[in-house]
Design a protein around this ligand. Sequence first.
Ligand code: GLU
Length: 481
Amino acid sequence: MSVRVRIAPSPTGNLHIGTARTAVFNWLFARHHGGTFVLRIEDTDFERSRPEYTQNILDGLTWLGLTWDEGPSFQTQRLDLYRQAVQTLLEKGLAYHCFCTEAELEVMRAEQEAKGQAPRYDNRHRNLTAEQQQAFVAEGRQPVIRFRIDDDRTITWNDMVRDQVSWKGSDLGGDMVIARRADFGEIGQPLYNFVVVVDDMDMQITHVIRGEDHVGNTPKQILLYEALGANIPEFAHTPLILSPSGKKLSKRDGVTSIDDFRKMGYVPEAMVNYMTLLGWSAPDAQERFTLPEAAEKFDFERVNKAGAKFDWDKLNWLNSQYLHDMPTDRLTDLLIPYWQNAGYALDTGDRTWLTQLTALLAPSLVRLEDAVAMSRYLFVPTIEYAEAAVIQLKQEGVTPVLQGILSSLDGMGTFTEAEAQTLIQQVVKDLGVKKGLVMKSLRAALTCDLHGPDLIQSWLLLHQHQLDTSRLQEALAIAAA
Ligand code: GLU
């Protein structure tokens, strides 16, 4: 039997990290077994589904490298298939029309609550006669269609993550609605638990891999598979992603959609790599790998039952690793939009300068976004001096150092790193000062701070844009003030 898995996102929001992680596990499992990964858009929630969310989901999966083999298919284009399946259950007597009004259901719930019982449908319209049905129709009532659930059943499956899971039929809330209200004789909009089963049957899905939040749907779905006479797939319910403090990850944790991470400057390789580690670990404890490398090692034996806490440090570490090792040209392309968005005057024709700048920043980048603050002194002609830089510039002996450098620079064209070093040595020698004083003052003067990327490289870049002389003059004014 060849493995067929699917990711079935609902386009009711941007691609969520939880859905993306589920997609990662599906992808890894499919690739590990040489199987097929299907993409299905579950857009039957007409009110909340939006085409722009579908686009965001497709873009997000593509960005992450989670290529799918079949689809995307859209549930809204398959409504006939679901209606036929509802019809089959009606004909088999496994589903029926329920004419209860919302008000009646509300009374039922209130009574149950008053008795301290869990809310459930009491199956009161299970066995209506044709006359009773006609009487309700004559009142103008529109029925829903419910699927019979046997309270005496125990539904058990061997979950690939959670081992044996059992549910009592009586805990499933009574006969379940599978199609919304419609005129008697019509079939209303079919609902989630039902269409999922029809789709998974039709697409011959062998393993349903999805978040733990769906575990309570599985017993209902197993009963539907049985009723429709289909093979029941294997199930794997993957652990939830938790916030660093161990609660359910929410909007309050800052970022939840893949788009948010992308905008902050996480690269896709780091993101997918990190997501494979959210609930899974490689047998050899390796932490950094590409998707195909992870696929080789992936199995559900090593997927945890407990929730996976989101670990920013690990994600940041992985991202920095990928950024450090990335070819400079690609990194330059990735950084350009960040500089542009920051409003920096950017001459994209000056590719060599931008590439040199990228090479300078790469070793210290954690996220792409970091490049904006780190390179501000190279783009913006006049920036505020950090307090520590001002203190340094006001040290004794700094003024002649800056004057010495300025006069050596006078009329000097482009220069190399070696020439810059010679110039510094010369100032040290001429003034009889320590090299440390020259270096520290030069850093304060040119970069307006005491720490940052390599000083000489920064100087060369500033010099190419004719920013070094004006900086040195500004620093001199501070030193002399
Ligand atoms: N549409 C569901 C969701 O986005 C997935 C259902 C499933 O995987 O069975 O959570």
